[in-house]
Design a protein around this ligand. Structure first.
Ligand code: ZN
Length: 215
């Protein structure tokens, strides 16, 4: 176990290139519950860290990034989704735009009881996607970057992003919740397009897996 303080770790990250390296599956930092944020970083350093995480998320590109994905065991995540997808995809997946936001110490619980299953991927598991059944709506509790409490219900694709990123802070990867038979390569454009339909119904038939009953 490293004795380096979180401040030292963040300072070291921020002296490197503005786009931070993303940690890949197999690194234990992605499998440990992250520490709650309780002022370990001064305000100025937190602001710089959030900006670096945002730049890294944009460059990837991705719609969310949790601190363990840049090697930091801290309960902090950034989210943003321009949702530039075809209308039929937007409608089927509830993929509405999610303005940039920061979650500190987030937690979620289901709100509504319905599960929805779609393909998703993870910047820490490059080259793959898999179908994950998740709560369609969640109650999100967190703090924002200024320490103000957040308590709101979120649905659609933003709810999926919240669940995926919060799971990272608990040492959970989307693969832990995924339908194993749905696992698909994303290494070529043809592979991406194979299951680019608005819903995974065809993939379920062709690959031989079940979707949630309500779906
Ligand atoms: Zn991820």
């Amino acid at each position: 176990m490293s004795m380096t303080s979180l401040t030292d770790q963040v300072e070291a990250l921020l002296t490197g290139p503005p786009v931070l390296p993303i940690v890949a599956a197999g690194d234990p930092v992605l499998r440990r519950p992250a520490e709650p944020f309780d002022g370990q970083l001064c305000d100025a350093l937190l602001v710089r860290l959030i900006e670096a995480m945002r730049a890294t998320m944009h460059a990837a590109p991705g719609v969310g990034l949790a601190a363990p994905q840049i090697g930091l065991p801290l309960r902090l995540a950034v989210l943003e989704d321009a949702a530039t997808v075809p209308e039929e995809v937007r409608a089927a997946r509830g993929r509405v735009p999610l303005p940039f936001r920061v979650l500190v110490n987030p937690a979620y619980e289901e709100a509504g009881g319905r599960q929805v299953a779609f393909y998703e991927g993870c910047l820490s598991v490059p080259g793959y996607q898999a179908v994950v059944a998740r709560h369609e709506r969640v109650r999100l509790r967190a703090l924002d970057e200024r320490g103000r409490p957040v308590d709101e219900e979120i649905g659609g694709w933003p709810a999926r992003i919240v669940q995926h990123e919060t799971d990272h802070l608990n040492g959970t990867l989307y693969l832990d919740r995924a339908e194993p038979r749905s696992l698909s390569s994303t290494l070529t454009q043809a592979a991406v397009e194979r299951w680019a339909q608005p819903t995974p119904h065809l993939a379920a038939r062709e690959l031989g897996f079940e979707l949630p009953a309500s779906d």
